[in-house]
Design a protein. Sequence first.
Lengths: 222, 189
Amino acid sequence: MRVRLTVALLLCALAVCQVWGQKMEPFVKGGLTIALFDGTAASDEDVGHTGFNIGAGVRLPLNSKRTTFLEPAVEFISKGNVYDVSKAGGRVTFSLWYIEAQVDFIYRWQIGEHWRIPFGTGLYGAYGIGSKITATNGITWFRGIPVSESLSMFDSAVGANRWDAGLRVWTVGVEYDRFMFRWDFELGFFSQFHNRLPYGLEEGKDYHGGNWATSLNLGYCF
Amino acid sequence: MCDKRLVRKAEKMKTIYRFLSVLMFGILTQATKCGEDLPEQGYIMSEDKVPQEYFLTTISANYFQTNIAQHGWKWKEAWRIDEEGIGVRYEATSLSDLIPHDLYFGADSMTVFLYKQTSNERQTDSYTYDATNNRILSQAVAYMQLTDADSVSIAFIERLGNHYYKSRYERMLPFELNARWNGSKPVKP
């Protein structure tokens, strides 16, 4: 509740910000995303999910020197996790596809005429539009999930939440004229797998299971 | 003229911020909705009152043959699984309705060592391991589902007498297995 209130207040504060006469800069971006489910990193079964993201956004300058910006963006992003299950003799892959809205607060450090170093932090919210569970032949169950069946992650048997939100812990990169390279890391606040996807062998323990994702992006600013 | 344009731009920006705020707030509200609660102890009862492991993960036939078969397994502990409720587990303080027993899995036959008050017996029969549900199918046992395994211990949901139990076994040393073979008489399952 405290987190919700803080986030709501932060968003309200953003909403009352005044921006006077600055030129907006639209951009497109896309790249590689590597994702995990929180709470699984310590497990030796945890491999990580490699996917991609593609999206577009706009830069809203917050000062006349154009050193600070708000960057709202919308992107299609794939997240999930891959488990190497040695006892089962193969791998189980969980893929989730989201439409994600992001808002970053960026400080941009100008170096010379062409080069800039942006860094910042932000928030994201996402809605799951699709999912897929695949497994090596012979694996029929993974932590209670019947992976051999055509099952959506959002079915009650798996229990993933379609809605996700969290912190864009950092976004850093380098920009040359209109081209940009970014590295960011997202940490989901909320459990996506409350009822079906804990890790480890202990039964009945409630694990967090939120989305973690890091992305390497190339972009172009118009 | 210039001022009007700036004011229009500022209004646009305000609208964008407001839209983003509402969008993010809506998403956060949805994302914080709670999912279903976990069963407390990790079992689900099927319609015919057979407990199913809630977190069942496939253990392959290859893993079974490599790590579990060709070894003896001594029974260490059991918890009775309630037939009525979902996920209710009892620690067995009295095992009076159970006959202490150990297991040996060969490549295609299994032996159950039973320790009765009058004598020690062993029942040997063929078995198959069904990796689709981790089940041991044999005349020597009523119901056995492998739920967990590592190099030193294995766990089953098994039917013993009138109840289902979660049982844990530890791997025997070779001399312990020899003692079981030598100290029991064969009987038919």
